[in-house]
Design a binder for this molecule. Sequence first.
Ligand SMILES: [Zn+2]
Length: 395
Amino acid sequence: MGKVLVLMVATLLPTMSVGTPLSCQRGTTVVQDGIHDYGPLLDKAPIIRVLLTNDAREVHLAINGSYQITGSLTNIIDQGQDLQKSVISVTNNGINIGTKHYDNSELRITSLRDGEIELNNIRYRGEIRILQQFNNKFLVINEIDLESFVAGVLGSEMIPSWNEDALRAQAVTARTYALYKKKARRDEVYHLDTLELAYRGIAGETARLNKIVQETKGVVMVYNWNIFPAYFHSTCGGHTEDAGHVFEKDSIPPLSGVACNYCNNSKYSRWSTNISKSDIEKRLREANIYVSNINTVKTINPGTGKHGAKVEIISAGGSKEMNANDFRLLVGPNYLLSTAFTSKNNGKSIAFSGKGWGHGVGLCQYGAQAMAEKGFKWLDILEYYYPKIELVRVY
Ligand SMILES: [Zn+2]
């Protein structure tokens, strides 16, 4: 037992070292309702650093109630009550909030009433950090406890009225993904960004969703006692995809893909769309990929779920290959819904027909909802989409 626990502490938790003497303080393993419970391995929900805006030149901030501002050190450099909507900007010498100038390259804004910091009309719990970049741009980061973050993600990622077991499965999935990213990027300025998953602060929360998050509090998935990136997506279209195939990284059994007969009723199960060639060319150009007069876009090496590993773009200038998921994200994930597509040249546009929405790896959200409606519980859903996982309560 002690050996297993030390191994787990070393691989699972983001901040503790191998030498952290936890094993002697813990009781025996209890497996309760399918969840390994060793007693709390973390004292409380860890803090996650979420990138809200990159390369910002201007954001709007408002605070309801009393607040304080610190710099890179913890000493308070300003405090006040009720900040009306103010523009944050950066000049070479520091950060401006409204008419006030702070001679700092970093500011940390803390509301003394949690959840009352409003940034570009979205309210956030936790703290807001402003970090100066080059050329008068700045980063905005939300530092928030993991449980509040999961609540915000849940209401943004799933339809709030969905079945409770689908929502519980999504809560565990989002928590696992975020905790993995915290470990993987522990020395970085931020752990994850809102391009990776939908997060709209308190706007995503409801009393029902907060209760569902609370019911799974501290529960994450592990494989071989390692936390892993528990990817998820809207609709797989019939079979989830191997993570190695999509992201060109080593895969593990929980991310290797399963048949999914549950998402047939998703409106994204089958789709077709026309995207103008000039739009595709413009979006690729923004990423310094230059093609003109596109003739053909085709997927190469489709996986079990038919998502292409790469795309080949044939244009007047020749042929270019790139990672298919990167192509989808550049064109726009809300335009080109998945990489499980065929296409044909339609003159000024390319006509795409495909299935599913998202990269296709991990939990299929529409599939999870259909499973829950059929009576499967959230543990069953997770074990279905992520084979060979175990569930562990870490706090
Ligand atoms: Zn599916």
